[in-house]
Structures are given as C-alpha cells and as structure tokens.
Design a protein around this ligand. Sequence first.
Ligand SMILES: Cc1cc2nc3c(=O)[nH]c(=O)nc-3n(C[C@H](O)[C@H](O)[C@H](O)COP(=O)(O)O)c2cc1C
Length: 230
Amino acid sequence: MIPTLRQPDRSFTRDLVQRAEDANCRALCVTVDSPVFGPRNREERAKAELPERELPNLKGKDYLDPTLTWKDIDWLRSFARRPVLLKGILNPDDAETAVKAAVNRIIVSNHGARNLDTVPATIDALPLVVERVAGRVPVIVDGGIRRGTDVLKAFARGAAAVQIGRPYLWRRGLAASDGVSRVVAILLREFELAMILAGHPFARSTARRSGHAPVRVPCYVGSYARKLQS
Ligand SMILES: Cc1cc2nc3c(=O)[nH]c(=O)nc-3n(C[C@H](O)[C@H](O)[C@H](O)COP(=O)(O)O)c2cc1C
C-alpha cells in the first residue's frame, strides 16, 4: 500500500502512483486528515524543519496539501488501477461522501491523535461510521491498538481490519532482528486468547454488524482452540 496524493505537485503524484502500480503495489492510500500539521511543540522548540529536496518519491519541502478536496479523490480514481483507501475519516457524513466517491476502503483514524487535541477516539467514531456505511465498503480502524483485546473490540464494533502504528516503531527502536513480525505474533496470540476467553472462539461471530468477516483470523483462532483441547 502506498501513501499518496499528499504532495501538491499533481503530475509528480500521478507519476508516483503509476510507478507504484507498475511495481505491483496492492492499494493506494490517501491520508485526508492532515491538510497541515498540528502544533508540534517539541519539533518547534528543536527548530526541526525538512530540507528542500527532490527524492524519487518525495518532492520539495511541503509534502502536505492544504488544497485537497473531494475533486482530487475523483481525479485519482479516474486513472488509478488499484483500490483507493481514504485514511482519516471520523465523521459518518464524510464516510457517506467517500462511499459516493467510489473509494474502496475507509480507514477510521485520527492520525494517532497526533495532530489535533480532543479529536474523538477512533474506537468511539468507528461504530457510527460502520452504521452509516452499512456494509457498502469495508471499514478499517487504527489508533491505540496495543493488545489483542483492542483488536477484539475493534472487530466487535464493526471493523473489517485494524492497522498498527507505533508498536511497530517501538519494536524497530529496540533494533530487534525479528522486526514487526514479533508485534504481529504477540497481537495474534493475545487476540486468540481474548476471543476464546470472551466466548467467541470464531472471529466471524464478532463481524456480524460490519458484514465483513476479518480476513484469515478464523483459522488462527480455530487452530489455537484445537491446540488447547488436545
Ligand atoms: C512517527 C509517526 C509518523 C506518522 N506519519 C504518518 C504519515 O506520514 N501519514 C499518515 O497517514 N499517518 C502517519 N502517522 C499516523 C499513523 O499512520 C497511524 O494513523 C497512527 O500511528 C495509528 O495509531 P497508533 O500509533 O496508536 O497505532 C504517523 C504516526 C507516527 C507515530
């Protein structure tokens, strides 16, 4: 999945999308919750600033785009050959517009609560978005997924999948050779236990409201349950 469309230069963005698709990227993700950065006091105190530069996938200094509108999503959809995901939806009305704009997935996210203080928690915004979308596209969620029980709660509130942010970085920060796969393994094990202990050994039963069964999870849970029984 490639993050895209946040750079103001549209021809550069179009070229980036086409190169990513040619390299077999599986989806295009547009972050829609950050037209600008929120106040970042520590960065300001440190006078941290990105240098002007041109890299293969990043051009200039200001790689956020405050002019982004729904027309830009239509523009991307007009030539994209891969599914388009919108990341950063919290309001059910925006979710409705996104569905009408024919996006393929919605990601309920508040940018890890890093941009705007007092935004709603994604676990609270999720069921409202799921209800409005009513199964027309899968709804994914991120923000604060730290334990298997968080995954279970997200599925119970209608998510089709969860995304993980900082735990991957923390694991990488340990310079651990097993990288992010260890984080995934821990979360999966905790999720399996949470499912069993909550009396839902089959993940499909949590997905009733969303209409989208979480991909692959039932076989993990089933295999763990069998292991426990033997
Ligand atoms: C250091 C850092 C950098 C991030 N940069 C981006 C980014 O460039 N684009 C984006 O859409 N989200 C970005 N995010 C937000 C994550 O994609 C994700 O929404 C968030 O971290 C999920 O919450 P979690 O960290 O609690 O799991 C960033 C998050 C962190 C911690």
